[in-house]
Design a protein around this ligand. Structure first.
Ligand code: PHE
Length: 348
């Protein structure tokens, strides 16, 4: 066979094999076979010496050309394969599709917020509007308008955080509200009856913290003012709330209590969840747990906001929120709610 023809056959075969190599690791064996010392091309080049001079010249040129072509093809193939390999290993490292998914920690509302929302939703379902008010208040709303003028002893009964700010032009002093009751006044100043509202919110009292007391806690205030509202409406509404929140089989108890802004005043207690009235550690042996203060809005409070007490009457109540999950779950120390201990908070 003519040497040029042999070379062109070698060329086709070599290039076919090169394209078939799909990994860089396959290139070295190819190089050894086609360009190495024992390759057929080298054999041909070596055999040129025995050829007549004319033939030798031509065959030498063709085979050298092929040698250069194959070397260039090898280099090009190597570049392509290496790029592919780098790209695919980068993809492999970036996205490991066999890796298990990362758990996504889901947050939830604080148990106190949960209780507050649940209670507000119950009253909302009974036709009460849900409002919020300022936690930084004037003594005028927190005390004066609630039948506790400057010299009134009840003002001293709750220890108040006073703000270190000068009084306003009316002589009002700023404080951290000690209860949510000032919102009764703010609401009645703005609206004539009928009024039905509840006010969840934060309150502060300057008190030492212990297992059952916090200097910062939450209350939910309630107010209903209309023609012909009586004590039976107060009892009925609050009993219905207790049935819906604590369950229909929990008994409630009303007893007389005193608050300067109501007449008469009453506290409501719920049968202890743990002992059902027998008396245990949670209820301090009494069988009952107090959940709120309440009463019929005092006529002079209505007068103060320009509502005629001869025409209208109303009831009001205020409950401590932190106590509610405390009762529901039997938590022993109220401070746990604000300890930021996730092991505790995640239980709710
Ligand atoms: N403000 C009272 C308290 O903080 C609760 C209360 C509200 C009592 C409304 C009567 C009427 O304890």
């Amino acid at each position: 066979m003519d040497i040029k023809q042999r070379i062109s056959e070698l060329r086709v075969q070599a290039l076919d094999e090169l394209t078939a190599a799909d990994e860089t690791s396959g290139l070295e064996p190819w190089r050894v076979r086609w360009l190495g010392k024992k390759s057929r091309l080298t054999e041909i080049l070596r055999g040129l010496a025995s050829l007549p001079i004319e033939e030798r010249k031509e065959a030498g040129a063709v085979s050298n050309e092929l040698k250069l072509e194959l070397e260039a093809a090898l280099k090009a193939r190597e570049d392509i394969l290496r790029d592919c390999e780098i790209a695919s290993s980068a993809v492999r490292d970036a996205i490991d599709i066999s890796m298990p998914g990362r758990p996504f920690p889901r947050g939830r509302l604080h148990p106190v917020s949960q209780a507050m929302n649940e209670i507000a939703a119950i009253f909302s379902g009974m036709g009460f509007q849900v409002l919020e008010g300022p936690a930084v208040e004037w003594d005028y709303y927190n005390f004066d308008m609630l039948n506790m003028p400057k010299e009134h002893p009840a003002r001293a009964a709750t220890d108040t955080f006073w703000l270190d700010a000068p009084p306003n032009e009316k002589g009002w002093q700023m404080l951290l509200r000690t209860h949510t009751s000032p919102m009764q006044i703010r609401a009645m100043e703005k609206t004539q009856p009928p009024i039905r509202l509840v006010v969840p919110g934060i309150v502060h009292r300057y008190e030492a913290t212990d297992a059952t007391h916090l200097s910062m806690f939450h209350q939910l205030e309630g107010l209903a003012v209309d023609e012909g509202i009586g004590l039976a409406d107060l009892k009925g509404t609050l009993t219905e709330f207790a049935r819906r929140f604590f369950g229909p089989d929990r008994r409630v108890r009303f007893r007389c209590d005193f608050f300067p802004y109501v007449e008469p005043g009453a506290e409501m207690a719920v049968e202890c969840a743990v002992c059902r009235g027998e008396g245990c550690r949670l209820c301090g042996g009494s069988g009952w747990i107090e959940v709120l203060g309440s009463g019929m809005v005092h006529p002079s409070v209505l007068e103060g906001v320009g509502i005629d007490p001869k025409k209208y009457s109303g009831f009001a109540f205020g409950m401590g929120i932190e106590r509610i999950p405390l009762l529901k779950y039997g938590v022993e120390d109220i401070r746990l709610f604000y300890s930021s201990d996730l092991r505790f908070l995640r239980q709710f």
